[in-house]
Ligand binder design. Structure first.
Ligand code: NAG
Ligand code: NAG
Ligand code: NAG
Ligand code: NAG
Ligand code: NAG
Ligand code: NAG
Length: 420
């Protein structure tokens, strides 16, 4: 059942909430404190209750998703447990954590382009966004548009002026009395958004003036859509062969920085999950069962393994009406649950493990089930934390809050990333 928000009408009723939101954090603007963030998914709230979130280890937690709707006055939280959102915000505030809502997502960005396409729609969309923030006493909004001037999931509205329109929208939002006080972030692709030419934009400095930070989503770089197995969240790819370059934290951060986003406005998006592939033993273990696990190997795209218990073996058609199979994702806890890793994060008995030195990410393989998973662990998160610190990035944002197991990942990235 779809529950739509009619936001403008509630501005008056919930007006008092604004004061509360603002007094909660009097200096939203451009504080350069480090960011330790994650996205909390409303649809996993049953398994990740609010009192199980390690609030003290985060500065920002972003509720996902408010999805864009055909009508610019509407956003939908129908798939994200709208009832829980007020409780999420008050729990975050009690823990002195900034509460944001992410607008869009892979499946929720169909109407972004239309919503900012002209001046009238931008003005209306600003009312929608500030209404959402006011009604729910949010500290901020995360714009997760995947991606400007790109069909995204396949049926997004998009056009050559998306990046320019997005900037105009954000500038106008900043001049709004509510919008000026919000913490505004964007979740981005590893390479800068496509400008009118369809190529990565080279000058995005305007966004640095209106956004507090961008979170570069350095994950899903390789997955079941790729030609071979490969790292979900590679730290580096300058050290690998050209066939195995598909982007990385190193190249993504360099590209956004070159396009005008200062390092201290870049947060590294990091995955608390991995992708699985069906790989024949002769390809995974070319030197025999006792040899090393190979990387960048061919897999059977027609036989996608089902991931952990959060994966849906038969999800039905996607938002565009196209058939889809299981995602095959294993959350970090799911690798332990699925017998790949011990609770300490070591490869379980009978599981082969490799740590790829260029991407600085691990993979595991079960020869019997022929399931190969590229993922992130404490070691790869420590490397990412070091990179954040040495590059002077603002911090990290993990997808998703509930992916971790006993804080293994978050403790690791915090310890090397300069978070005490
Ligand atoms: C939001 O969408 C619903 C369903 O499409 C519609 O009934 C409602 O009128 C819309 N609200 C506004 C403000 O347009
Ligand atoms: C403006 O938004 C409306 C929906 O509210 C949409 O029908 C229309 O196509 C949008 N305008 C443009 C130019 O995309
Ligand atoms: C880059 O964009 C900014 C803001 O939009 C503009 O002021 C500046 O002149 C541009 N720089 C270049 C080199 O085009
Ligand atoms: C990435 O690889 C290049 C080339 O080997 C190397 O010089 C650089 O230090 C690496 N960066 C990180 C963060 O690993
Ligand atoms: C490997 O996969 C087989 C077949 O699904 C399963 O029975 C076995 O428990 C798995 N091994 C480990 C260590 O999880
Ligand atoms: C229109 C709208 O979104 N209203 C919501 C405002 O927030 C309350 C909870 O605080 C919800 O119950 C409403 O649905």
């Amino acid at each position: 059942m779809w529950v739509f928000l009619v936001l403008a009408a509630v501005l008056t009723v919930y007006g008092s909430a604004t004061c509360e939101a603002l007094s909660h954090n009097p200096k939203h603007t451009r504080v350069k404190d480090l960011v330790a963030a994650s996205w909390y998914t409303g649809w996993h709230a049953g398994d990740v209750p609010l009192d199980k979130v390690s609030w003290s280890k985060y500065t920002h937690v972003t509720y996902s998703f408010a999805e864009t709707a055909p009508n610019v006055n509407n956003l939908s939280l129908a798939d994200s447990d709208i009832e829980l959102l007020p409780q999420f915000v008050s729990t975050a505030h009690k823990n002195n954590v900034k509460a944001l809502v992410s607008v869009g997502g892979w499946t929720g960005g169909l109407y972004y382009s239309a919503n900012v396409a002209n001046a009238a729609n931008r003005t209306a969309f600003i009312k929608t966004i500030t209404g959402l923030a006011t009604n729910y006493s949010l500290d901020g909004i995360d714009f997760d548009w995947e991606y400007p001037n790109n069909a995204g999931i396949g049926c997004n509205t998009f056009g050559p002026n998306d990046v320019a329109n997005f900037l105009s929208f954000l500038q106008e939002l900043r001049s709004d009395p509510v919008g000026s006080k919000l913490f505004l972030t964007a979740a981005t692709s590893i390479f800068p958004w496509a400008d009118a030419s369809g190529n990565s934009a080279t000058n995005l400095t305007g966004f640095a003036h209106v956004l507090d930070y961008i979170a570069i989503m350095n994950y899903d770089v390789w997955g079941p859509w790729s030609a071979t197995t490969g790292p979900n969240g590679p730290l580096n790819d300058t050290c690998t062969s050209s066939a195995n370059k598909a982007g990385s934290a190193v190249s993504g951060v360099a590209a956004w920085h070159a396009a005008g986003i200062p390092f201290d406005q870049i947060v590294l998006g990091v995955p608390g999950y991995g992708h699985s592939f069906r790989v024949a033993p002769k390809d995974a273990l070319p030197h025999g069962a006792d040899g090393a696990l190979a990387t960048f190997v061919k897999f059977d795209a027609n036989d996608q393994p089902v991931g952990d218990s959060w994966d849906d073996p038969d999800p039905g058609p996607d938002e565009c009406g196209n058939p889809q199979g299981p995602e095959g994702d294993f959350d970090y806890w799911g690798l332990i649950d699925g017998g790949f890793l011990t609770q300490e994060g070591k490869a379980a008995k009978g599981i082969v493990y490799v740590y790829d030195t260029c991407s600085q990410t691990p993979a595991v393989y079960n020869q019997t089930s022929q399931v190969y998973v590229s993922y992130d662990d404490a070691k790869s998160f420590a490397a990412k934390g070091q990179f954040i610190k040495s590059t002077g990035l603002r911090g990290f944002a993990m997808w998703e809050t509930g992916g971790d197991y006993k804080d293994t990942l978050i403790d690791s990235i915090r310890s090397t990333g300069g978070f005490s």
